[in-house]
Design a protein around this ligand. Structure first.
Ligand code: AGP
Length: 615
């Protein structure tokens, strides 16, 4: 998704901007650009120098060097196309005349009417973007040099409908960055005699660890020695937060891809997620904050909202919350949740799940939910400083570390880990006996080592992955709590290998999808050792009878035997409660190796972005 970096300093800022963009690369983008205010050494005249390229940031680095662009103030952007194709013209920064340049994250919904309005004022549009209208609007409100950049931005944003994070420079005020936030995150990086702006603090890790998180509706003027912020017309003070570990884990180490590295990190990050949250025998619920126990006491039902992989974690959690805590749980896709009539039962806890904590749909659902009378809002998130965490009453952080691969892996299994802990916490209040809690906690302690064993399936999975490379379609089957695991397996395969993969509850097969099965259709099934095993086996026979090729990931204790057209991959034995987490791992490896066989760009699959900050 789009990324913003801005800098104003005594020193040259070009490389700071480019490094910032590189650090945001993992979010996915299709073009990049920067604008620097360059001072002529002889005349001291200033002018805005813009360089834009399609493709990776390295191309922009080359083009910027070639253009000899330099300056002590500048803005930069990586774009993920929403309005108009990826092209040099559509890439940011966008200009209005010679003086205004601007970068924008988000979507302006009324850009067409703004264009019409501005065209009547004589403005010419050279791009297909919504952003160009903002640049002209600011230019319009400058009225020559009658009003300052700050007041022009203040006036312009009043007309914007939609979401924006903006950073603007003006050649007439060559020492200021003006920024505005509404629906798209922005932070100010505070330096000594220099200041910075970014859509994610990660972009500025090389220059500062001190950040001001702008709030919704904030406008700020950032100069070398000062940062001034206004909210609803009044000047406000915002706290400076020190953020450690501004490292983007950008080293793949011995792994060929971030995705593989992140798959292999799972035993460690699951352990990190459990550390300090469980003792040998029980959950330490104080670890979730002072207010958490009091809020959990009030919970009689749960509403989960999330997108993509995170929503699959929610679907698994529903089974745990209902079986362990005996509390009814509903799961919604964030993009649909706020567009339906919601009936909130008294005592309902509203939970969002998100790796990034910046997913626009999930954030919008949270903001909507806050008006509906839930007992509290809880964010399960991987980024402590994210908007989702900051806007929720309480949070339970996953400790996955930065996830760079677009296909989510370790974020998912750490989300599941923390959700299982949550089910225990809620269960305590609804009759879960201490002995039962201890049993579950002991299972959690075993999890990292079982995952480690599951990673040992790599070689076998690599071999069978070759049989998928010429396939265009596949089916994933699971029953009960394993159905969301099958959905996650199918999503992974789709995302990175571009093979159509559909997940079905195995019992639904005969109600339609069985018609798809022939000898060309690979069918992947997850078979843990549970009460539904007999029924699952019957479903698998339905596939075999139609000539389908089955790949069954089965708990090794079942002793499921391979046959002609039925390949069994034995998964390390685990308890029923851990099975959704354990069985996820071989499915991640399967999608990874199929993608490798097909030669796709595993870490940056086509058309996708890591963090989806637009609706
Ligand atoms: C998963 O592999 C995805 N790329 C995607 O579905 C992701 O899980 C979704 O966009 C939600 O992101 P979040 O967890 O950061 O909110």
């Amino acid at each position: 998704m789009c990324g913003i970096v801005g800098a104003v300093a005594e020193r040259e800022v070009r490389d700071i901007l480019l490094e910032g963009l590189k650090r945001l690369e993992y979010r996915g983008y299709d073009s990049a650009g920067l604008a620097l205010i360059t001072t002529d050494a002889t005349t001291s005249d200033t002018r805005i120098n813009t360089v834009k390229t399609v493709g990776k940031v390295n191309k922009l680095v080359t083009a910027t060097t070639k253009a000899k662009a330099s300056g002590r103030i500048g803005i930069a952007h990586t774009r993920w196309a929403t309005h108009g194709k990826p092209s040099v013209a559509n890439a940011h920064p966008h200009r209005s005349g010679d003086d205004i340049a601007l970068v924008h994250n988000g979507i302006i919904e009324n850009y067409e009417s703004l264009r019409t309005l501005l065209k009547k004022q004589g403005y010419r549009f050279d791009t297909d973007t919504d952003t160009e209208a903002i640049a002209h609007l600011i230019h319009h409100y400058r009225e020559g040099n009658k009003h300052s950049l700050l007041s022009a931005v203040k006036k312009a944003i009043k007309l914007l409908e939609g979401a924006y994070g903006l950073c603007v420079i003006d050649n007439n005020e060559p020492d200021k960055l003006v920024v505005a936030r509404s629906g798209s995150p922005l932070v100010i990086g505070v330096g000594i005699g220099e200041n910075f702006v970014a859509s994610d603090p990660l972009a500025l890790g090389q220059v500062t660890d001190r950040f001001i998180y702008l709030e919704e509706g904030d406008i700020a003027q950032v100069e070398r020695e000062s940062v001034n912020i206004w909210h609803k017309g009044k000047k406000v003070k915002r706290e400076i937060t020190t953020v450690a570990h501004q490292n983007n884990d950008s080293d793949k180490g011995r792994y060929e891809h971030f995705m593989l590295k992140e798959i292999y990190e799972q035993p460690k990050v699951i352990k990190d997620t459990l550390d300090g949250r469980i003792s040998k025998t029980s959950v330490l619920e104080q670890a979730f904050g002072i207010e958490a126990p009091g809020l959990f006491d009030k919970v009689t039902s749960v509403q989960i909202v999330a997108c993509g992989t995170s929503s699959h974690a929610g679907l698994v959690a529903k089974y745990w919350i209902e079986s362990i805590a005996k509390v009814p749980c509903q799961v919604d896709i964030a993009s649909d949740y706020r567009y339906r009539d919601i009936i909130v039962l008294p005592g309902t806890l509203f939970i969002t799940i998100s790796q990034s904590g910046e997913t626009a749909d999930t954030l919008a659902a949270l903001r909507y939910a806050k008006k509906l009378g839930y007992v509290a809002t809880l964010a399960i998130c991987n980024v402590a400083t994210s908007s989702l965490v900051r806007e929720s009453d309480i949070n339970m952080l996953t400790m996955a570390g930065q996830e760079i691969g677009v296909a989510s892996t370790k974020a998912f299994t750490t989300q599941l880990t923390i959700l299982l802990v949550l089910a225990i916490v809620l269960g305590r209040r609804t009759g879960l006996k201490p002995a039962a809690e201890t049993k579950l906690v002991k299972e959690l302690h075993k999890l990292p080592s079982i995952i480690e064993k599951a990673l040992g399936l790599k070689k076998q999975i690599k071999t069978i992955s070759k049989q998928f490379s010429d396939k265009h379609h596949s089916l994933f089957l699971g029953r009960g709590i394993q159905y969301p695991v099958a959905k996650e397996g199918a999503l992974k395969l789709k995302e990175i290998s571009y093979i159509h993969a559909e997940a079905y509850p195995a019992g639904e097969l005969k109600h339609g999808p069985l018609a798809l099965v022939d000898n060309k259709m690979p069918v992947v099934a997850v078979a843990p050792n549970n009460d539904l095993l007999g029924k699952l086996k019957a479903n698998l026979s339905e596939v075999s009878a139609r000539g389908g090729k089955l790949y069954v990931f089965a708990d090794e204790s079942i002793n499921f035997a391979s046959e002609k057209r039925l390949k069994v991959i034995n998964v390390p034995s685990c308890s029923e409660v851990l099975a959704p987490i354990v069985f996820t791992v071989p499915l991640q490896l399967l999608s990874y190796y199929v993608a490798i066989t097909k030669g796709t760009d595993v870490d940056h699959p086509r058309n996708l972005a890591k963090s989806v900050t637009v609706e």
